[in-house]
Design a protein around this ligand. Structure first.
Ligand code: GTP
Ligand code: CA
Length: 501
């Protein structure tokens, strides 16, 4: 009996030691490796301005979803690069200050391996149409500046409208974690036959994009169709980019139409506040490819715009920009462009967000009803300019004076252009950032060019580090309890024996 007890005692002691050793090894040996951070830079050369973004991610988790995040954004001073068409050599140097900022954010030891990409959008697409050699010179100027920076230059090019739409869609779904969903969430979505991904609506200065997963996409219009295989799943996506339908070019288009019927150099405009005045130079006005088809000889060189602040009239004049008269497909948005039925939620960013955020119309998680949105914009447009200027004296006059037009334009584009109604309006979520990253095409562009989104689900350890340690501790505790119980059973302490008898 006493020899059994001694053996049990030794066994118990050894097991306890083993358990302690196990826990110690689990906690110390299996700790995640010290973080090895990688960086990437993307310059978004938009029509209105250029933004430089710095992204970072842990090197060993490159293929996980949602690990890349924005750590810096720098707004380049001055106009977008297409604004340097008359001084092309100045386009590159305009980026110097933001490149300096990137040098300060990224540790110098990593400068050489950090990729830098520049993608130009609609402003440069328009310049290429208007003056191809000027567009080439601008691109070569920014290319030279980026090449001489200490980073790993990967190219400066004009991206297509399709790419802009596609990468915006990839960005928001990557940031929302929609590409890798847990089993139950997937099941819920398939039961309700909902899209697992969010559509993307981007409103720039010169173009606008609509992109969404469309299960019933027909092959009517192949140029609007995209196929992706991401993390082991296939996606069929619809996209279209409307050149000249960004909010600045839409205003130019509207003015070009208004100029057709103007009788003198005064133009009364319902989309600006009462009391607001703006002067426009006619000389360059029709050189723009967005207005050139409306070219007209006018007996004056300057146009004086005078605001009327009338939302209804403004909507009517904007509506004319969307030609709904012919559709060669089963369904269209406008100007004869194919649009399948709208599906799922939409994330609306850039100017969609700037404008709706200013008007306090981005309410989440319960989006406002369409009639509330309309009445807010209507009463904003009706406010006299002096009152608006006083109330928002801290906001740039260029932005402030155009919120009425922009609000009306956004509603026209979404309602008349794409066919959103009060029933599906609340599927639109106006968002500027997701986590710390701006919504836009740049992150998706970098993820694609650095091959950071795998086609197939990467094979990883079945358990995370935390779950592994937790499980080890739990098993060890169970083992100790079993041993303790066995010891008590064999040892039969006197108190227990008494209790039993
Ligand atoms: N109110 C407001 N407007 C802004 C802000 N930043 C940009 N805008 C305006 O919103 C519009 C869209 O801006 P962006 O999304 O940067 O457009 P972009 O990338 O330059 O243009 P695209 O090349 O067409 O994509 C432009 O008319 C800008 O002048 C902002 O912070 N507030
Ligand atoms: Ca843009």
């Amino acid at each position: 009996m006493s020899s059994t007890r001694t053996i049990l005692l030794i066994l118990g002691f050894l097991s306890t030691l083993a358990v302690i050793a196990l826990i110690a090894v689990a906690v110390t040996q299996n700790q995640p490796l010290p973080k090895n951070i990688k960086y990437g830079i993307v310059l978004d050369a938009g029509s209105s301005h250029t933004n430089l973004y710095v992204y970072e991610w842990p090197a060993e988790k490159e293929n996980d979803t949602g690990v890349v995040k924005q750590v810096e954004v720098c707004k380049v001073e001055g106009p977008g690069i297409s604004g340097y068409s008359h001084a092309t050599e100045k386009a590159g140097p305009s980026l110097a200050q933001c490149l300096q900022q990137a040098k300060e954010v990224i540790p110098s030891a990593q400068h050489k391996e950090t990729p830098v990409y520049l993608g130009a959008t609609a402003g440069m697409r328009l310049l290429r149409l208007q003056n191809e050699s000027a567009a080439d010179k601008v691109l070569s100027s920014v290319g030279n500046t980026l090449r001489s920076a200490p980073f790993n230059f990967q190219g400066a090019r004009i991206i297509t409208g399709q790419e802009e739409g596609a990468y915006g869609w990839i960005t928001i779904n990557y940031l929302l974690g929609n590409f890798k969903q847990s089993g139950w969430k997937k099941l819920l979505h398939s039961l309700k036959s909902l899209s697992e991904t969010s559509g993307a609506l981007d409103l720039g200065g010169a173009s606008t994009q609509i992109t969404f997963e469309s299960k019933d996409l027909t092959s009517e219009s192949p140029e609007n169709q995209l196929y992706f295989r991401l993390y082991g799943k296939d996606y069929q996506v619809y996209t279209h980019s409307f050149l000249c339908y960004g909010k600045d070019q839409a205003l130019q288009q509207k003015l070009a139409r208004d100029l057709q019927t103007v009788e003198n150099s005064n133009l009364f405009d319902p989309c600006f506040h009462k009391g607001y005045e703006r002067t426009i130079n006619i000389s360059d006005f029709f050189k723009n490819p967005c207005t050139s088809d409306k070219k007209k000889q006018l007996p004056f060189s300057q146009l004086y715009i005078k605001g009327e602040g009338d939302y209804q009239k403004c909507r009517e004049s904007i509506q004319k920009l969307f030609n709904k008269s012919n559709c060669p497909y089963s369904s269209c948005s406008f100007n004869g462009i194919y649009l399948p039925p709208l599906q799922g939620d939409f994330g609306a960013f850039s100017a969609f967000y700037f404008v709706m955020n200013f008007l306090n119309l981005t309410s989440e998680p319960n989006p406002l009803a369409l009639n509330k949105v309309i009445s807010t914009i209507e009463s904003f447009c009706a406010r006299p300019w002096q009152e608006v200027k006083t109330a928002y004296h801290h906001i740039k006059e260029k932005y402030l004076s155009e919120y009425c037009f922009s609000g009306a334009y956004i509603l026209s584009l979404l309602e008349n252009g794409y066919g959103f109604t009060e029933d599906n309006w609340q599927m639109i979520h106006f968002l500027g950032k997701i986590g710390s990253s701006d919504a836009g095409w740049t992150l998706g562009y970098m993820l694609n060019l650095t091959n950071m989104i795998p086609a197939e689900q990467p094979a990883g350890p079945p358990l995370s580090h935390g779950s592994y340690v937790g499980l080890m501790v739990l098993c060890s505790l169970v083992l100790v309890s079993v041993l303790l119980f066995a010891w008590l059973l064999f040892h039969k302490p006197k108190c227990l024996q008494k209790g039993i008898v």
